[in-house]
Design a protein around this ligand. Structure first.
Ligand code: SF4
Length: 306
């Protein structure tokens, strides 16, 4: 299902997500194997998990059990072939460099320059911004994790260094900065705390995003802070859009001139689908730290390249 809602009258606080296999009807060949993708810019997404290592310790982190050994040579070789094959078939669209903490990888800057220097690709980096990735070229967005104002003892993420951020912006003038905040039981506690968080960062960033904790057994937003935030934005800001795409939904609101995005993935739906559907469907393409490429966050499913 793909649905884009712009009129507030059609906005839903609890949209029902569903996946339609029929939308995955575009054939593609990767590493000599046939696959099917959805021919939609945002659904053709390559995630490069460049390392599993991280210098934070978020208890809710879904990556922290992984501890895969990095293999930068294999990752680079497989990535170059993957990107070239996607591009030659007209399906290179969006790429995220993620982790772990990508700035801990010695090849992160090289990967940015390879992608932005050779291809017309929309590139995001997801980072805790404890260290910068000093590429020559500018990624499109740097998404910075901060779940509180100031130092966060629960996750081990320090206060955002605004001087470092200003310097990064000066060095990368085309890059936009998004702050990403996970609403979790030990983070922001109330709408008043969310308002104070927004006011603290509003002059330093281009965009702000909130999401719920990722949970593979729970499939619907409940009446928690995330839901209260939707009501707050509904009453105090302008809806830009609400987009339902397959197993995830995102909605963007404009509040005090700042775009605020709320996103939620129904990981239970994704998990259940991946257990039963045709193995040839690629909802995403994930390059793992050891260089293996899978059509799933689970590295033993839909293996594209070993
Ligand atoms: S910063 Fe990200 S990768 Fe690191 S522990 Fe937290 S959630 Fe996990």
């Amino acid at each position: 299902m793909i649905q884009e809602i712009h009129d507030i009258k059609n906005y839903s606080f609890n949209p029902v997500l569903e996946s339609n296999e029929k939308l995955y009807d575009t054939p593609i060949t990767l590493f000599g194997k046939q696959w099917r993708i959805m021919d939609d810019f945002w659904m053709k997404h390559v995630h490069i998990k460049i390392t599993d290592r991280c210098n934070a310790r978020c208890p809710f982190c879904i990556e922290k059990e992984s501890h895969l050994k990095d293999n930068p040579d294999k990752l680079s070789a497989n990535l170059q072939r993957l990107i070239a094959e996607l591009d030659s078939q007209g399906h290179l669209a969006t790429v995220s460099i993620t982790g772990g903490e990508p700035s801990l990888s010695p090849i992160a800057a090289e990967v940015v320059d390879f992608l932005k220097g050779n291809y017309n690709v929309f590139l995001n980096i997801n980072t805790n911004f404890s260290k910068t990735i000093d590429s020559q070229l500018d990624p499109d967005w740097v998404n910075i994790s901060r779940h509180k104002v100031g130092a966060d003892d629960y996750t081990g993420i320090g206060a955002l260094d605004l001087d470092m951020l200003d310097q990064y912006r000066a060095d990368h003038p085309k890059t936009k900065i998004r702050l990403q905040c996970v609403l979790h039981p030990h983070g922001l506690q109330s709408i008043d705390e969310i308002k104070a968080y927004i006011d603290h960062y509003i002059g330093h960033i281009d965009d702000l995003s909130f999401r719920r904790l990722i949970n593979v057994t729970d499939n619907a937003p409940t009446d928690d802070l995330y839901q209260q935030l939707k009501h707050f934005l509904y009453d105090n800001s302008t809806l830009v859009e609400q987009v339902l795409k397959d197993y995830y939904v995102y909605e963007t609101w404009n509040y005090k001139g700042l775009n605020i995005t709320l996103s939620h993935s129904n990981m239970k739906l994704l998990h259940d689908l991946e257990g039963t559907e045709d193995d040839k469907i690629l909802r995403e393409i994930v390059v793992h730290p050891d260089g293996l490429i899978a059509g799933s966050w689970y590295r033993n499913k839909k293996i594209i390249a070993e």
